[in-house]
Design a protein around this ligand. Structure first.
Ligand SMILES: [Ca+2]
Ligand SMILES: [Ca+2]
Ligand SMILES: [Zn+2]
Ligand SMILES: [Zn+2]
Length: 455
């Protein structure tokens, strides 16, 4: 497998991306990335940050603020803990990336630190796990709630525990909810009384779809706490504190959570140990990308159900679920390019792409013969779009909306040193970058993970 990065003249801009999504195939997505709005270095921001750290990082609460001697120092230290947990640049300052992270909807259970298990590792000893739904949300039918909770329960199947209560209410446990968004739910670690119970903010909109917030996904997360797990800093884990949508019908418990639960309750009795999807490691030198594109000055690197987002002004390259920004986009995007003139991003999967919001289109619209099953990589450069398919490439004229005559040509004949298939292509600056990932060797410039700011 080879990477080819064709890189030419991109204008860095601070503009935030706008893309629009679709089912299957390919997609033009229109999405407003979360911004910090008017959260400048103001009093409001200070209160917001303080509140977050009190809730999730054990910053002493308001009551004791007067007793806080070096309270500024305490806040800096707690901020650093939070930044460390989320893999952000550890500055101790409430910079843009930190504020964005703090504004994401999440679980109400504190993050403490990187330990997978709740301190003291409380767990259940009983053999039969049962639960009771104490009350229901008016936003979903009783049957839908039952189904979501049952399915969430089964995510962790094969375990032992005790009677757990699921409640949608405000509920007198000294952890009040906060209205729509923010904290979605919380749960208690194994123990007497309230131990293992899970509570859901009744003011959220609960759904069984990709719309915020999918009850099954939140319940499955809370149930992990009920069993004794605490938060994981793996952004692909179910026990990651922030909410992210994942398709419920195909949901499989991620490996990080399997490791966590097995550390607590031991391996499965099944001769074949369960395995789950792993999160790609950002600086793994063997990392390959499914597709790469620029987007209004940012760069997006797609891999399975994840993507990295590289912003010119933000030193940390953020790994996210694709679904976090585009809930209806499929995983495994195969190619992507930005057409700067029309300010659109086109994404490809199999024989499909889409430039409208509603229906995916067929790649034959570009003039590909029916023998082309999928696009390996695509990039737009000076009114032309180059499509890479196996060892050949096509050139499409964006203005005439026609495939240029004389194509396909062999990749090797034009792009010397790139003889095999291309994984992903993008453009930037006036340079040409090539990576031979088959031999783990760079043919020009640098390793691919350099794009993720790895050393
Ligand atoms: Ca809430
Ligand atoms: Ca590809
Ligand atoms: Zn949680
Ligand atoms: Zn509660």
């Amino acid at each position: 497998m080879k990477y080819l990065f064709l890189c030419i003249n991109i204008n860095w801009s601070t503009d935030r991306g706008a893309l629009l999504s679709n089912r299957y195939c390919s997609f033009k997505v229109n999405l407003q990335f979360v911004t910090e709005g008017n959260f400048t270095a103001s009093f409001l921001m200070f209160v917001f940050v303080q509140h977050y750290l009190e809730n999730f990082y054990q910053l002493p609460t308001t009551r004791y603020r007067s007793e806080r001697k070096n309270s500024a120092n305490v806040i800096v230290e707690k901020l650093k803990e939070m930044q460390q947990f989320f893999g952000l640049n550890v500055t101790g300052k409430p910079n843009q990336e930190t504020l964005e992270m703090m504004q994401k909807p999440r679980c109400g259970v504190p993050d403490l630190d990187n330990f997978m298990l709740t301190p003291g590792n409380p767990k259940w000893k009983q053999a039969n796990l049962t639960y009771r739904i104490v009350n229901y949300t008016p936003q979903l039918s009783k049957a839908d709630v039952d189904t979501a909770i049952e399915k969430a329960f089964q995510v962790w199947s094969g375990l032992k525990a005790v009677m757990l209560n699921f409640a949608f209410s405000d509920h007198g446990d000294n952890s009040p909810f906060d209205g729509p968004n923010g904290i979605l739910a919380h749960a208690f670690q194994p123990g007497q009384g309230i131990g293992g119970d899970a509570h859901f903010d009744a003011e959220e909109t609960w759904t069984k779809t990709s719309k915020n917030y999918n009850l099954f996904l939140v319940a499955a997360h809370e149930f992990g706490h009920s069993l004794g797990l605490s938060h994981s800093s793996d952004p692909g884990a179910l026990m990651y504190p922030n909410y992210a949508f994942n398709e419920p019908s195909t949901y499989a418990l991620p490996q990080d959570d399997i490791n966590g639960i097995q550390a607590l309750y031991g391996p499965s009795n099944n001769p074949i140990q369960p395995t789950g999807p792993s999160t790609p490691r950002t600086c793994d030198p063997r990392l390959t990308f499914d597709a790469v594109t620029t987007l209004r000055g940012e760069m997006l690197f797609f891999k399975d159900k994840f993507f990295w987002r590289r912003h010119p002004q933000i030193p940390t390259v953020e790994l996210n679920f694709i679904s976090l920004f585009w809930p209806s986009l499929p995983t495994g995007i195969q190619a992507a390019y930005e057409d700067i003139d029309s300010d659109q991003v086109f994404l490809f999967k199999g024989k499909c792409y889409d430039i409208q919001q509603d229906y995916p289109k067929h790649i034959s619209n570009y003039g590909f013969p029916s023998s082309v099953q999928a696009i390996d990589g695509a990039v737009s450069y000076r009114t032309k779009t180059y499509f890479f398919v196996n060892n050949q490439f096509w050139r499409y004229d964006n203005q005439r909306q026609f495939m240029d005559p004389g194509y396909p040509k062999s990749i090797a004949s034009t792009f010397q040193g790139i003889e095999n298939r291309v994984d992903a292509v993008f453009q930037r600056n006036s340079k040409y970058y090539a990576f031979d990932l088959n031999n783990h060797r760079v043919t020009r410039v640098d390793r691919s993970v350099r794009w993720l700011n790895c050393r």
